[in-house]
Design a protein around this ligand. Structure first.
Ligand code: SF4
Ligand code: SF4
Length: 435
């Protein structure tokens, strides 16, 4: 992850400045500034690594305006791994740049002191749940007091998703037996936001896997994957989190690690790169990453390809549009599998969403750090979503789900956002016997 490492330097030099990536870059499309394009940012990273420029506020602005959506990687004919370049450049920036005190304090607090520790995260979730359930949130919103919050905090408050009343870590048993004969033993990544905010998604994922002959291990010692840290230049913290997770998943005895959040899946698949230069963990991380599957990918490429899905899928007579999460489509090249799963559900009509792989502006904590650009991209996404006249918008990433729900609310659309696995779960269990 070092900007000066031979691996990152090789990626920088692979860029032939052809401009093929420019039309697919959401920030370039909005701003039409070369330095806010993939080619421009690679040039900045190169100049930085050669000592031709230093870290300035302007440079930090261009590097952090990037969504890390990696649409440019999909488009690049030279196979430049842009994600590795931008993440290494941000890591370099964090070591050479002094942020304003409050900003630095919040960054350290959330990325280094809370998210890497599941119990602290649970404590934060408890406070948020109290805020949402006690009536305090309703009171503040109705009295319009949220507009007194500094900066964009008032707007951001409106975006806070309603957290689950439980964390999946507390409800899911350590081992969920397979239904029928066991085909696979898998470990489920519980995630950080997914665990506290989308407990029902983790529960649905476990049920669908169990239905398909998987013994599901929930490995309670696991922690957040480190994606938020890597995307925000905190690769040292992320490396420690990756080493820890590597050990707990290795000792779980699972054949595969299954992930239902696009950003987390891409991160686990890149532990091999993140720890690549570590003599003790490098090779182990590469082996670990090769055993990580996105849940849609696993169900289609492993389960369906080896005997098919089990059980009976009940009809869901709804019109569904599918949004490609960036870290699934571009980061993991998983596009057809979620669509295939949706098409397996009887009576479900899958409709095309224009620019389905154009970033919705969520991008980890981008909607907090770059609120205005995030909303511009959400507007563009919602223009296309509205045209589908779908009943349900499917997206395989909790971050996108939160962002798209904000867009739907803003437009007043009668649409629900669901993960494809939640739809599959609903087709298996229309009465949701467990949740
Ligand atoms: S498409 Fe690839 S090689 Fe061409 S400018 Fe973009 S990153 Fe460089
Ligand atoms: S990652 Fe996305 S926003 Fe960043 S340069 Fe590439 S296409 Fe543009």
């Amino acid at each position: 992850m070092d900007l000066l490492s031979p691996e990152v330097q090789r990626e920088i030099l692979k860029c032939v400045r052809c401009r093929t990536c420019l039309p697919v870059c959401p920030t370039f499309a909005e701003l039409e500034v070369e330095m806010d394009s993939p080619r421009g940012r690679i040039a900045l990273a190169k100049a930085l690594s050669e000592g031709k420029i230093s870290v300035t506020e302007r440079l930090v602005g261009h590097l952090y305006c990037c969504l890390d959506c990696r649409a440019c990687e999909t488009a690049c004919p030279s196979g430049v791994k842009y994600g590795e370049i931008i993440e290494s450049a941000r890591s370099y920036v964090e070591e050479h740049w002094k942020r304003p005190k409050l900003e630095q304090l919040l960054k350290t607090l959330f990325l280094k002191k809370i998210f890497p520790y599941p119990r602290r995260l649970e404590g934060l979730a408890w406070i948020l749940r109290f805020y949402q359930k006690s009536g305090l949130q309703t009171l503040l919103r109705k009295s319009n007091l949220t507009r007194l919050l500094p900066g964009n905090l008032g707007e951001l408050e409106k975006m806070t998703p309603v957290l689950s009343d439980r964390s999946s870590r507390s409800t899911l048993p350590s081992i969920i037996p397979p239904k029928g004969e066991r085909r696979y033993r898998v470990a489920l990544l519980l995630g950080c936001i997914t665990d506290i905010g989308f407990a029902s998604l983790n529960e649905a994922t476990a049920r669908v896997l169990s239905e398909n002959g998987c013994e599901v291990l929930t490995v309670k010692e696991q922690k957040c994957c480190g994606a938020l840290q890597v995307h925000n230049g905190e690769s040292k913290t992320a490396r420690e989190m990756a080493k820890y997770n590597l050990q707990v998943f290795e000792s779980s005895g699972a054949d595969y690690v299954i992930v239902n959040a696009a950003g987390c899946g891409a991160m686990l698949k890149e532990y091999g790169f993140l720890l690549g230069d570590d003599p003790q963990y490098g090779e182990r991380a590469r082996i670990f990453s090769s055993r990580v599957w996105d849940v849609n990918e696993f169900l289609v490429d492993v389960v369906q390809a080896n005997g098919g899905l089990r059980g009976t899928l009940n009809p869901i007579p709804k019109r569904v549009a599918y949004h490609d999460a960036c870290h699934l489509a571009h980061g993991q090249r998983v596009r057809k599998q979620p669509r295939k799963l949706l098409q397996l559900i009887p009576a479900l009509e899958l409709v095309e969403l224009k620019e389905s792989d154009w970033c919705c502006g969520s991008a980890g904590i981008y909607n907090i750090t770059n609120y205005d650009m995030s909303m511009r991209l959400l507007d563009r996404k919602m223009d296309n979503v509205a045209k589908t006249r779908a009943d349900i918008l499917a997206a395989a990433n909790p971050g996108c789900i939160i962002q798209l729900e904000v867009g739907i609310k803003k437009r007043g659309l009668a649409m629900k956002v669901m993960h494809p696995i939640e739809l599959l779960d609903e087709a298996y269990y229309p009465d949701h016997p467990f949740s």
